[in-house]
Design a protein around this ligand. Structure first.
Ligand code: FE2
Ligand code: FE2
Length: 374
């Protein structure tokens, strides 16, 4: 049978993808189906819902206890693109003929870090976090987030293929480059601590670890490392280079802004609901480790500074964004007095302005260009 993957007929796809296996012999029904009427269950009350440790039925969306979570889901659905829609032709020219060796080094290592990071982000939310939630409106946004993280992975893979980079070498870099490995290891350790289905969140220490891990992923991993992580590429974009890749990253940035904001909100509500106070020493250690790892990473990817960007600017901006995330979390600023070293970053990340200017996208979703994101 010569079946193309473009054929969407359900029976054909099933025949192509699932080799037939013998079905078990059906067992004869021994009795009539149970005709007992459904029990009259008590209605769900919003007030009984909980972020974790809820006892209610989680198969029923409303009444909402967390209507903001549903709003996040609606908003997330207004940012949709696929990486193949963005014109990358000029990027191929730029990468091979215009970028300096230092710029190529930076570009490849940013991509290498991101490829592994988004897999981690997907596993964290989909395998460790989502199943612990006991309100469906939270899980529904997180399900969308799982999809978005895989879309981000597709985006990096598309960039790697389009630019004809050595795929295996790029994906293996986090294993051999200590500065990339350091960031990935920090995240992996956090994830491993909570990656168990039988995590007992009624235990206060375990709950504390869980909250700390979600705080790390939302506030630092996504809120700082991702948010700030695209900026070296945006610095190239500001000089008219690698504009297709930068536009891809602007779409990702929109998602990451929502992921960070949603996670921060969940952590705040979780702390309130569970009357949980995070250990200030653990928080301080979190920021310290994050800064040290980001510092080593910045010094590696920018060991030779590029025009308009340097490791000092990168780490300075990390500290500035870290303070912003801490305020959003209701925590003390970890780097008092840190100034914005990339004052253009927030505006540069605004897709609408850049997209209208460069018009690099082949197709446009109707709602895509009319949003304010911050
Ligand atoms: Fe992502
Ligand atoms: Fe994310």
């Amino acid at each position: 049978m010569n079946t193309s993957f473009d054929d969407w007929d359900d029976a054909t796809v099933a025949a192509t993808l699932a080799p037939p296996s013998p079905l078990p012999t059906p067992v004869a029904a021994s009795a009539e189906p149970n005709a007992t009427p459904a029990p009259a269950l008590a209605p769900i009350r919003a007030a009984d819902k909980r972020i974790v440790n809820g006892q209610g039925d989680i198969n029923q969306l409303a009444p909402f206890k967390y209507p903001w979570a549903w709003e996040f889901f609606l908003k997330a659905n207004r940012n949709h693109w696929t990486p193949t829609e963005i014109n990358m032709a000029q990027d191929v020219q730029d990468y091979h003929h215009k970028l300096s060796a230092a710029e190529r080094h930076m570009f490849e290592n940013v991509l290498a870090y991101l490829t592994t990071s988004d897999i981690l982000a997907m596993r964290n939310i989909g395998l460790a976090v989502m199943e612990k939630m006991t309100a469906p409106e939270l899980q529904i946004y997180q399900a969308r987030q799982v999809f978005e993280e895989s879309l981000h992975t597709w985006t990096y893979q598309h960039c790697i293929e389009t630019l004809n980079l050595d795929q295996s070498e790029i994906y293996n870099r986090y294993r051999v480059v200590p500065a990339i490995h350091g960031k990935i290891t920090l995240a992996n350790c956090r994830l491993e601590k909570i990656l168990r289905a039988n995590l007992d969140l009624t235990d206060r220490d375990t709950l504390h670890d869980f909250a700390l891990s979600y705080l790390f992923f939302a506030g630092i991993f996504e809120g700082c490392w991702f948010y700030n992580g695209f900026s070296p590429i945006f610095a190239l974009q500001r000089r008219g280079l690698m504009k297709g890749t930068a536009e891809q990253f602007q779409y990702i940035m929109r998602d990451e802004v929502l992921h960070a904001a949603f996670g921060i909100r969940v952590v705040r509500e979780l702390m309130q609901e569970e009357n949980l106070r995070l250990d200030p020493n653990a928080i301080a250690q979190l920021w310290q480790e994050a800064e040290a790892a980001e510092d080593a990473y910045a010094k590696y990817i920018l060991r030779d500074s590029i025009l308009g960007y340097s490791a000092e600017l990168h780490i300075g901006q990390f500290r500035f964004i870290a303070n912003r995330r801490a305020r959003q979390l209701g925590l003390e600023e970890p780097f008092p007095g840190a100034k914005a070293t990339l004052p253009w970053l927030d505006e540069q990340a605004n897709l609408r302005k850049e997209k209208n200017f460069f018009e690099t996208r082949v197709n446009e979703y109707q709602t895509g260009g009319s949003l304010e994101w911050g």
